[in-house]
Write a protein that binds this ligand. Structure first.
Ligand SMILES: Nc1ncnc2c1ncn2[C@@H]1O[C@H](COP(=O)(O)OP(=O)(O)OP(=O)(O)O)[C@@H](O)[C@H]1O
Ligand SMILES: [Mg+2]
Length: 485
């Protein structure tokens, strides 16, 4: 099965070295080691420093052992012949690693052996130390700032993870594994790259010399269990009535703009909004790194392409958007508008491609108009500000804002109708909004989601699409309390 396997799958138990017979674990310090270190230095280091050196030395020895065994495993296995779908494959290779471990003549206790086998298996079949984090469903972001500094976001809060990588080379090897799987590269010529994992998580990697303290990797997890509407309600991110309202808006082909800051939940919201697009519609999605996970049967997914080494061949969001207009789309979903494509998107929405959805980086609904103006002007279009605002006002029907509040909770903080223009100003009215009341004992912001008392002008449009919403919903009322439990 393994082709080049030179040793049997159940290897003979190894011998014992003098070191292991002496009962010293490979993870412990060598005899005389501390004395030697003390003699080297004129003044003994403070206890803390000494412990740190011992810890690092232990770790280094462990990494050496792991690398040695891993190297031997690679020599003995024909990876091309391995059937990754075989459910017993991990166990079989695990046995092989145990055999190699025995041959190393090191004394490891049962936990250490299990840890070693698991880590080598993760290295062989997955993404090494990252596997531990990727298997944790509570982690939403993994942020690696060099091999020894890893942070994760759990339930909206950043914390340091115990996971470490051996060195820069180890981390770069994993980056290479990730990006080569999507046909990209990350090296001196191309030191920053976007990619995605098999489960759809978005990855950005940037390596030295651009990243000064070692390779930096940022992973945005969506994972096998992305945040869905049920979770929005369970997490009190929005009120159940709002979900019904969004459904009606999407079915009725309103053009919806989702706004928010970095990591506020824009893409997650776009994904969930898109889930309401009727199954009969032909959807074209356009993204920088494909993150959307649509379940409808008729979806064409397009992804941009960076320039090649000679700086040629780049395909930007705008190119894909222009192309998509010739693909007979019923709905266009653009992951994020951040440049020249913004004007094209507004024009597409204004010229028959209604029911389209996109996101934009902006910190308030007002700010979103300004952001669009800036993006259009910076892209070199010589359009008067008023004309841009007019395009905006007639293209966008609804703006939904996502926000990451103090303490980490993510919420839909405003749902705003764009009703037109008055003079030079785009007129907008909040339909639902989040009112923050305070910060609770754990440092989290809390408050209430309210219907503002404003009735949207497009209610008739919803009705004509067969999505009647009870007008009482729009009377001034609190829809959801998010107080301390
Ligand atoms: N309502 C929510 N409750 C809890 N977690 C959420 C919620 N919405 C999004 N998340 C999580 O927050 C993280 C960030 O979400 P998302 O990627 O959608 O943000 P974004 O605004 O698109 O970020 P970026 O600006 O980096 O593109 C994800 O891991 C997602 O699963
Ligand atoms: Mg996003």
């Amino acid at each position: 099965m393994f082709g080049r396997v030179k040793m049997p799958l159940k290897p003979a138990p190894g011998g014992h070295s003098p070191e292991s017979r002496s009962g010293k674990s490979v993870l412990g310090p060598r005899p005389g080691e501390d004395a030697h270190r003390t003699a080297e230095n004129t003044a003994p280091p403070p206890d803390k420093k000494k412990n740190k050196v011992i810890e690092e030395d232990k770790l280094e020895k462990y990494y050496e052992l792991k690398t040695r065994i891993h190297r031997k495993l690679v020599e003995q296995l024909d990876f091309a012949a391995i059937d990754n779908d075989d459910p017993t494959i991990r166990d079989q290779v695990g046995d092989l690693i145990l055999g190699l471990c025995d041959k190393e003549n090191v004394l490891l206790n049962i936990n250490e052996r299990q840890k070693l086998v698991k880590e080598i298996l993760d290295e062989t079949f997955g993404l090494g130390p990252l596997e531990l984090l990727l298997n944790d469903p509570n982690i939403s972001d993994i942020l690696i700032n060099g091999p020894r500094s890893v942070f994760v976001e759990r339930r909206g809060r950043l914390e340091q993870a115990e996971v470490q990588f051996r060195d820069n080379a180890h981390l770069i090897h994993l980056i290479d594994k990730i990006v080569s799987a999507v046909g990209r590269r990350c090296d001196e010529v191309c030191p920053m790259v976007d990619a995605r994992l098999r489960d759809g998580s978005r990855v950005n990697a940037i390596i030295p010399p651009l990243a000064i303290d070692g390779p930096s990797v940022s992973i945005r997890r969506f994972g096998a269990d992305p945040v869905a509407w049920d979770d929005y309600i369970a997490f009190k991110s929005c009120a159940p009535q709002m979900v019904e309202f969004f459904k009606a808006c999407v079915i009725s082909r309103l053009n919806i703009l989702i706004i928010g800051g970095t990591g506020s939940g824009k893409t997650t919201l776009l994904n969930n909004m898109s889930s309401f697009i009727p199954a009969g519609d032909r959807i074209v999605t356009i993204e920088d790194a494909a993150e959307l996970q649509l379940r409808q049967p008729h979806v064409v997914r397009l992804e941009t392409r960076p320039a090649n080494i000679e700086g040629k061949g780049q395909i930007a969001i705008r190119d894909l958007l222009i192309n998509s207009l010739r693909m007979r789309p019923d709905r266009i979903v653009v992951g994020e508008c951040r440049g020249a494509e913004t004007l094209d998107m507004l024009q597409a929405m204004n010229t028959g491609h209604d029911g389209s959805l996109t996101t934009l980086h902006a910190n308030s609904t007002r700010d979103s108009v300004q952001r669009v103006e800036t993006m259009v002007m910076m892209s070199g279009f010589e359009l008067p500000v008023r004309a841009i605002r007019q395009q905006f006002a007639s293209a966008i029907d609804l703006i939904v804002q996502a926000q990451r509040l103090t303490g980490g909770a993510r919420k839909i903080t405003s749902v705003t109708e764009v009703s037109g223009m008055e003079g030079d100003v785009v007129t907008m009215q909040d339909i639902f909004s989040f009112e923050q009341i305070g910060i609770d004992g754990t440092g989290r912001a809390f408050g209430q989601i309210v219907a503002t008392g404003i009735r949207p002008t497009f209610l008739d449009r919803l009705k004509h699409s067969g999505c009647e919403i009870n007008p009482n919903l729009f009377e001034r009322q609190v829809l959801l309390h998010d107080q301390e439990d």
